[in-house]
Structure formats: C-alpha cells, structure tokens
Design a protein. Sequence first.
Length: 128
Amino acid sequence: MARIAHIAVKVEDIEQSAQFYEKALGFVPTGKSRSENRARGSFSDGEINLTLLRYDSEDTALAQVSGRGSCIHHFAIEVDDMAKYVEQIRAFGCEILSDPNKAPVKFHAPGGTVAEIVPVGRYRKGME
C-alpha cells in the first residue's frame, strides 16, 4: 500500500522556519541541501519528512507549480513499484510534471494538487 512519507513547504526564510520546527515543535533536523535554484532544510517528526524549500526566484517553473508565495509545495507518496504507479497515475489522466522514469515523479493529482511518488525508504533519513 502507498503511504505519505514527505511534505515540502515553500517558505520565505528557511532559517526562521527551521528554528520554529526544531525549537517550538521538537522536529529533528535531518539535513540541508542546495539545488541550482533552491535551498532545502529537512526535518523529521519520526514518521514523516518535512522539507522547507526556499527558491532563489519565484519565476522558475518548479517554484510556481503550486502557486506563488509560501505554501505546501507538494507531498510524496512511497510506492513499492514506481512503473506500476506511473501507469496508474496516467490512467487517471494526471499530468506528469517530471521524468516518469526517474524518482521522484511529480504530477498534478485530480483537483490540481502537486504530489510525487518515490520508492520506499527515500525519506527515512533521521527516522531510524
């Protein structure tokens, strides 16, 4: 069965947001990383990975996929068979937003929400 394993949130200030999730709520930091157009800070509540995203520019396609400004950007669903679920997503008429042969596979779910499928264990860092 598929399960929600990760939520990504766009924020205006990663450090301020990170302090809140760590100090006020007790989430455990699990790492920081950087891509060509965004910074990330990741946390765990012991079950789900929470990643804070700060895009260098709101004008990039990926930054705007869920709308402008701070918001839940996407959530990830762990699956045991990526190819099978890609086909099921397509069968429902969902728009695939990334390479369907490489995890994560982002898509617009019915209703417009952005989600992604990932292999089991992708977001388990810091939850052992």
